[in-house]
Design a binder for this molecule. Structure first.
Ligand SMILES: Cc1cc2nc3c(=O)[nH]c(=O)nc-3n(C[C@H](O)[C@H](O)[C@H](O)COP(=O)(O)OP(=O)(O)OC[C@H]3O[C@@H](n4cnc5c(N)ncnc54)[C@H](O)[C@@H]3O)c2cc1C
Length: 525
């Protein structure tokens, strides 16, 4: 039996998109005629835009004529059929951490009971329309809460710097098993897109139910039932108690009520440094021009992205969650606050490019908040979101300023057309953030403009706040068992607990917690 050969080649975007021309180039690279090639597949793809002539860097697997063609295939995950006789594990939250935890529990023969405060993906869409068109925020169903969690209506970028290559591949493979396009296994910077994610999430939910797990929507954890430092169960919707052998708490960083409830019960929490800033938006064509160094992108290159990082006053200023061809979304989870974030459809074909530009927030920023103890970052975040709401007119309009005006410290006379649907109000960013923070943002933007000439284009606009990039609280857990150090039975998980910063890292953490629960249950039986 033969396995494929591999080769790395660099070709123009035109050739990368035309199979016959690619085959000819591949043969030339190998040093054979095209007829001697049998089959080939691109297995890794990235774009190198550093030189004037942009190239695709491809890793190709191929077979030669006369070789038997057997493509290696990934074994699909095997889930066990579970029943009420199997140990039950509560999974609170159906974001990537909760969903991947539930699927892993099924692989391990444990019964997941997933509870989710929000609605299923389809019903959730109606609440998103209400935020965009009527400025009405449903505190249980919005861009952050509901089936699939905060990542459902996102760009669906699937790359992370944390985790082993094999673990990340396993997560991507699970997305593919639930009908994501196989391109995500090939691209160096894979993404799915808002229009494709809901169907994938629905397939995951169906898998959990088909194998005996449970998924309950509009079911909110409202209290923790604790006896002698052991979590016995949880109260849901202020009325019913569910008991279970273990609880994976994957409620995300926007579930402030969960942090308050734990704090009130004297469950140990820790302050965590986090990041905050603004969302910047440019015409996509401008970013393409800067990044690809050509007047127009043409038909073979994707809308370009960027990733920027600088140090100002020894602290990081960086771009975060860049969405080419994207939309800026209203991501508040309560009345009386505004929050921005970004998403893109799978084709990234909107005329704007947006990105969070954030600075690190640590205790230096939080002098006035020390009395809130471990919740000081959360309180600061809440206050900024409320202030933005007030300054922009007490609707879902957000404060906005032309980037050039922000750099020059003047109020914008007008705000350019942008993708944020509810609307914008001209507000100086200096009125929103503490002085040192505003200064770091301003210096950061100046440095970015030195790197990317034209970044401060007259139509570049910044919207505030970009405040939910990472959790300002950590729910501690033991390194080996992943259980809370003072409350057994509680497994803090995902972004909200401070162990992830995106879809893939949250999914990885979900799987880890499921395995930790399995180990804990095996030990006690
Ligand atoms: C608009 C937007 C775009 C984004 N784009 C990207 C991207 O392209 N790539 C990327 O990697 N990341 C992106 N992110 C971030 C990413 O979505 C999060 O990092 C990820 O979803 C965190 O996963 P999680 O499962 O830990 O938490 P979450 O996804 O926040 O899920 C938590 C879930 O818990 C539920 N919940 C909360 N409280 C309760 C309760 N009391 N009872 C029951 N259920 C509860 C919530 O409703 C929610 O569904 C984006 C986020 C947003 C908002």
């Amino acid at each position: 039996m033969s396995s494929p050969h591999h080769i790395d080649i660099r070709v123009t975007p035109e050739i990368a998109h035309q199979p016959e021309r690619l085959k000819a180039s591949l043969a030339e690279y190998i040093g054979i005629s095209a007829e001697e090639l049998s089959e080939f597949k691109i297995i890794k793809r990235s774009i190198d835009a550093r030189a004037r002539q942009i190239k695709y860097q491809l890793r190709i697997a191929y077979f030669l004529r006369d070789e038997s063609v057997i493509w290696p295939s990934q074994q699909p995950k095997e889930y066990q059929q579970v029943t009420d006789q199997d140990p039950k594990v509560l999974v609170v939250g159906s974001g990537p951490a909760g969903l991947f935890a539930a699927l892993k529990l099924l692989e391990e023969g444990l019964k997941p009971i997933v509870i989710e405060r929000g609605k299923d993906v389809r019903s959730r869409r109606r609440d998103l329309a209400k935020i965009n068109k009527e400025h009405l925020v449903n505190p249980e169903s919005n861009y952050c809460f509901g089936e699939g969690g905060a990542g459902t209506y996102s760009d669906g970028k699937l790359y992370t710097r944390s985790g082993h290559k094999k673990t990340i591949e396993g997560i991507l493979q699970t997305f593919v098993e639930h009908c994501a396009n196989e391109d995500i296994l090939v691209d160096a910077h894979p993404h799915i897109g808002t229009n494709k994610l809901p169907a994938i999430i629905t397939n995951m939910r169906q898998k959990i139910i088909d194998f005996g797990g449970e998924v309950h929507f509009e079911t909110k954890l409202t209290d923790f039932i604790i006896e002698k430092n052991v979590l016995q169960g949880i109260e849901i919707n202020n009325e019913k108690i569910i008991y279970a052998e273990a609880c994976i708490l994957a409620t995300g960083h926007s579930a402030r009520d969960i942090f308050y409830a734990l704090h009130q019960k004297h469950v140990k929490l820790e302050f965590k440094t986090f990041a905050m800033g603004v969302r910047v938006e440019h015409p996509q064509a401008l970013i393409d021009k800067i990044q690809y160094k050509t007047p127009a992108r043409g038909e073979y290159l994707p809308p370009s992205a960027y990733s920027l990082v600088e140090q100002v006053d020894n602290k990081g200023v960086y771009s975060f969650c860049m969405c080419p061809g994207g939309i800026i979304a209203p991501c508040a989870t309560s009345k009386g606050e505004v929050v921005t974030n970004g998403w893109s459809p799978s084709k990234r074909n909107n005329p704007y490019a947006n990105s969070g530009i954030v600075v690190t927030i640590d205790d230096e920023e939080l002098h006035d908040y020390q009395h809130f103890g471990p919740l000081r970052g959360l309180k600061f975040q809440e206050d900024i979101e409320k202030k933005c709401w007030r300054l922009a007119g007490e609707t879902q309009n957000v404060p906005a300023q032309r980037l050039q005006d922000f750099i020059a410290k003047r109020k914008s006379k007008s705000i350019p057309k942008n993708s944020y649907q509810p609307g914008t109000t001209s507000v100086e960013m200096d009125l929103i953030f503490p002085k040192a923070m505003t200064n770091r943002l301003r210096q950061g933007f100046k440095k970015f403009t030195e790197k990317m000439k034209g970044f401060d284009h007259p139509d570049a606009v910044i919207l505030a706040p970009e405040s939910r990039t990472s959790s300002p609280v950590r729910i501690p857990r033991l390194d080996d068992t992943l259980e809370h150090p003072e409350l057994s039975g509680l497994f803090p998980c995902g972004e909200g607990a401070g162990y992830a910063g995106g879809i893939v890292s949250a999914a990885i953490d979900g799987e880890r917690c499921a395995l930790a629960v399995k180990q804990a249950i095996t030990k006690t039986t």
